[in-house]
Ligand binder design. Sequence first.
Ligand code: FES
Ligand SMILES: [Fe+2]
Length: 428
Amino acid sequence: MLRQDINELLTQTGPGTPMGELFRQYWIPALLAEELPENDSPPVRVKLLSERLVAFRDSEGRYGLIDEFCAHRGASLWFGRNEEAGLRCPYHGWKYDHTGQCIEVPSEADNSSFCENVKLTSYPLVKVGDLLWTHMGDPAKRPGLPEYEFLHVPPEQTYTSKRWQQSNWLQAFEGGIDSSHVTFLHSGGLKSDPLFKGAKGNEYNMKDTKPFFEVADTEGGLFVGARRNAEPGTYYWRITPWVMPAFTMVPPRGDHPMHGHFWVPIDDHNCWTYSFDYHPVRSLTEQERQAMIDGHGVHSKNIPGTYRPMANMDNDYLIDREAQKRGETYSGVAGIAMQDASLQESMGPIVDRTKERLVPADSGIIKARQKLYKSAVALRDKGQTPPGVDPEHHRVRSAAVVLPAAESFLDSCRDAVKVVPGAPQASV
Ligand code: FES
Ligand SMILES: [Fe+2]
């Protein structure tokens, strides 16, 4: 269990909160690049860390992420006209550039000197990989751009999707470092999902329902090692990296692409789950890419034109009790992503962690909370830069390996959990 005040500290990310300030130290995903597909395409509403913003791509291809509301009398700039290198409020025509600077007040005679003093809050918006990233903290402390491997392999080797999750970011993230649920909740997917099935590791996963956890501190976060029995005298290790604040990678399965997530708070009751797949050394096959688009693996099938999953809390995630009885799914919900989301959302928008009963299989979660708490307090009280801000910390991989029983996972896997361009993943 967790004290109520610590639960609040870890789950609240609005401006001025300790965890909100922590998130504002990092580059975080703001949108998929596909949401602003061309110059002068329609602006997009973006709520991040409880701030309401609007994103646009101007006539010259510059990305802007600015306050959603017009400085004049507060109309939403989502209704704005994106034209001639700026976003124009359709109410009285005030116009802003990609930095939020007001550049025209057409209803007033002498508008140029007036404009100079009108500037909306704005944040940088930069394309890295298939994502647009923002940094909402102090520009003087802006770190180097993200270096996660999935962003830097050739485009044919990677695919990223996103979905709206109706829960606080922390309970979503906690699912990402919780290897023990896989044997239960995702048992159907291990047998049938085109992006998971067929790996030797799946057999170890299914046979040993009681993994032993070993958690190692790293410069940027943690490595959570889950150990299961393999052949006599050996163990199957699944190693999940976490880079602060909210990047995790699922341990791979055979030669399937590797995947992972980034959880980004929208506000305290909602988050974006960004889900990516990539293969470090080869292109994704057509079938793999299609499976991802169809919502297999870590991805979801969304309502067309939105990032809301088709299976959602309003339709009980299309639960199929017959499929559950037949053993096709463990919970009755189809798809790995929605199996996770359904249960994480079922806890309520912010789970009451004062009531939980943690067990040794939750040790990764316990360590992650401790590290988040310590980092948020050290930032608040001493201005200390938290782990994971340095792009060096991003160069990690997950791994799934069989090791002799006597070997420690960290000593044996130092190379396997590092990004080595051109080297395949360590995976069984
Ligand atoms: S409210 Fe935007 S120009 Fe008046
Ligand atoms: Fe899961």
